[in-house]
Design a protein around this ligand. Structure first.
Ligand code: ATP
Ligand code: MG
Length: 358
């Protein structure tokens, strides 16, 4: 018998509902792996706010080294009341993203069958785009400072840093992604009418990318009107590329136009594959519903599909996505955030049934 392909995955369930939905994603991924003839090996890490409260650290000192050897990282959510956000962010998420050079943050936005969008009368085929956010430079720099604190002359300065290498590689990622899609279109988020150094540079590098990808169609919008278009004309978009700040805004707005945060997947990608990429649902640890068994596992399952796609198991990823949509067609298989009555278990059962039926 032929040797099965094997992938080693580092799982970090994290806090709250992360611990409830990640196992569902693992079981769904296992089910499609069995169907498509490959194997997944999971190594679980307890890195979380819970760990921080016991040990004073979100992850061990050599944490990055520990996950580096894996093919991918599958993360639930970190954050818990009582632990400041900067601890969970700077103690875990940001070091992982930066040290593993996951410079592309990718969020697909698709209106799934059975889910209603807050935008009235939208059909599934009208909302189907991907937001690509530059994840490691740009506006979120630590350069800047405060002067004359507490006086009437007080000043705060924050510098944004855009490098040619950094902008070109996120453009390449977005254009390459668009090239593999039906519409082959990239829209760039800018604000070069107000931000007069970095954003004209961003626009120049967008122009340069257009020359490298002549087969891809493009458009450019200022961020203010772009947010309005997301709401009024979501059908205009295919791949949308933005800087760290603009991408951050668009990557929360995007999933919101496609329904619940409980279904939205995300990935932090190192496109060259020099380091493992990290796959995490958009939602947080949801302390308000944690422990009740009612969290929507769809975001985690769709995120697992993104992971399989990235690993090269494209057919398995499609099977998983199709199974999600089949499961959502029946109201009794939808969780409460989608207006249904299912708990996490019932939603999982519907997804697994759909996988077996495919
Ligand atoms: P962050 O960790 O990014 O700060 P947050 O605490 O602002 O996130 P979430 O934890 O995502 O936000 O929760 C926002 C709201 O969405 C909460 O009311 C939560 O219950 C709900 N929610 C989030 N994820 C899910 C899910 N998978 N299923 C059902 N409801 C969810
Ligand atoms: Mg939170």
């Amino acid at each position: 018998m032929a040797q099965h392909k094997r992938y080693s995955i580092a799982t970090i369930p994290g806090d709250g509902i992360g611990k409830e939905v990640i196992p569902v994603g693992q079981r769904a991924a296992e089910a499609v792996a069995a169907k498509h003839g490959f194997a997944l090996e999971w190594t679980r890490f307890d890195w979380s706010c819970e760990r921080y409260e016991k040990t004073g650290r979100m992850m061990p000192e050599d944490g990055i080294e520990q996950v580096k050897a894996h093919d991918a990282i599958y993360l639930g959510a970190v954050g818990w009341p009582g632990v400041p956000d900067h601890v969970s962010l700077w103690g875990l998420l940001i070091p992982l993203r930066r040290e593993l050079d996951q410079y592309a943050n990718v969020r697909p936005v698709r209106l799934l069958r059975g889910v209603s969008s807050p935008l009235a009368n939208r059909r599934p085929e009208e909302i189907d785009f991907i937001v690509v956010r530059e994840n490691v430079e740009g506006e979120y720099s630590e350069i800047g400072g405060r002067l004359y604190r507490g006086t009437a002359d007080e000043v705060a300065v924050q510098e944004a840093v855009f490098t040619r290498r950094g902008v070109d590689r996120i453009m390449d990622y977005a254009f390459t992604l668009a090239r593999g899609r039906k519409r082959k279109h990239v829209a760039s988020a800018t604000k070069s009418n107000g931000i007069v150094h970095t954003m004209p540079f961003w626009d120049e590098r967008f122009e340069a990318a257009k020359k490298r990808f002549p087969d891809v169609e493009t458009a450019q919008y200022h961020i203010d009107i772009l947010t309005a278009h997301f709401v009024q004309h979501p059908d205009w978009f295919d791949v949308v590329v933005g800087s760290n700040l603009f991408g951050d805004i668009l990557s929360d707005l995007g999933p919101a136009v496609a329904g619940s945060i409980g279904i939205a997947p995300a990935a932090n990608i190192n496109p060259e594959g020099a380091y493992p990429s990290m796959f995490e649902p958009v939602h947080g640890s949801a302390p308000d519903i944690a422990g009740q068994g009612i969290a929507n596992p769809v975001a985690a399952v769709w995120t697992a599909a993104m992971m399989l796609d990235h690993l090269g198991e494209v057919q398995a990823a499609r099977t998983l996505e199709e199974a999600i949509e089949i499961s959502l067609e029946r109201p009794q298989s939808r969780t409460r955030d989608l207006g249904g009555t299912a708990d996490t278990k019932a939603s999982e059962a519907a997804i697994l049934d759909a996988i077996h039926s495919l």
